[in-house]
Design a protein around this ligand. Structure first.
Ligand code: FE2
Length: 275
């Protein structure tokens, strides 16, 4: 299901081809990913006014509203373009050439029992990132700030990588989304369209994962995936970012599009790794 990789043996072209074919990888933590974890933990701890080791239990100290406010403060620092570019450049150097574009680092938080908060319901729906007008050639990177168990992770439905689902991605227009909502906007519009399944699916091959702080989960943006209901007793903090190889995108390479009908292209707002 998940293949573990050592960065020293990766061939970039074969790696991307496997990702476009649906393979999910975990790259064991690298010096560069550990540097990101080190810096990000300090930022999160400062924003939450907590010791780093207490962050997985922050839900016992702070209300959902406090948690949301502090999370947004930390997100703004982590998404700063220079911080993002430096860490992404360092992390992906062993994996890709720099003829690529990226979006900024996004800090995520999955609080213990966060799925029981009605205000967060749409964050827990199954989706493909491509339904949000993300390109077929997009590769997602996800790095936990603390060790993660299956209950804190998210699940893939690999049988649907090449199989269409019933979904409402046709209602998603990137331009409207960007102007009214945007990714990780603290004041997101309530009427925004979050594409999701319109008919539930069942995949006997569905799988979640566990990994350690600083490991790098890598997968195609076209994968159908869904956050787990986190009842682990520990709040999860993670960082993710997206990368698009510019040659692959220009040449029409990438994951198959089996059911995405979203409009627009989020890549138009991604940043060049190298000017
Ligand atoms: Fe996603």
């Amino acid at each position: 299901m998940i293949q573990t990789l050592d960065t020293e043996i990766i061939d970039s072209g074969a790696f991307r081809a496997a990702l476009y074919d649906g393979q999910v990888f975990i790259i064991k933590s690298t010096p560069e990913s550990r540097a990101l974890v080190h810096d990000a933990r300090a930022i999160v701890a400062s924003a939450f006014g907590a010791a780093q080791q207490d962050l997985p239990h922050i839900h016992m100290e702070q209300s959902a509203d406090e948690l949301w406010q502090n999370l947004n403060d930390a997100r703004a620092v982590i998404a700063a373009s220079e911080f993002s570019k430096r860490h992404i450049t360092n992390m992906i150097a062993p994996l890709f050439n720099d003829h690529a574009c990226y979006d900024v680092l996004r800090l995520r938080c999955s609080p213990h029992n966060g799925h029981t908060n009605p205000a967060a319901a749409r964050s827990y729906s199954a989706h493909r990132d491509t339904w949000f007008a993300n390109p077929d050639a997009q590769i997602n990177f996800w790095v936990p700030l603390f060790d993660v168990s299956e209950a804190q992770s998210f699940a893939f439905s690999p049988s649907y990588f090449n199989q269409a689902t019933a979904n409402n991605s046709a209602d998603f227009d990137y331009t409207i989304w960007r102007d009214s909502t945007g990714f990780q906007n603290a004041k997101a519009s309530n009427s925004a369209v979050y594409p999701s399944l319109t008919t539930p699916v069942h995949d006997p091959k569905r799988f979640a994962f566990n990994c350690t702080a600083g490991d790098i989960l890598v997968f195609s943006a076209a994968h159908l995936h869904q956050p787990q209901n986190n009842n682990s007793g520990r709040t999860r903090f993670s960082i993710d970012f997206r990368l698009v190889d510019l040659d692959d995108a220009a040449n029409g390479q990438g994951a198959p599009n089996v059911d995405n009908e979203s409009k627009g292209n989020a890549q138009s707002d991604y940043l060049r790794l190298k000017p």
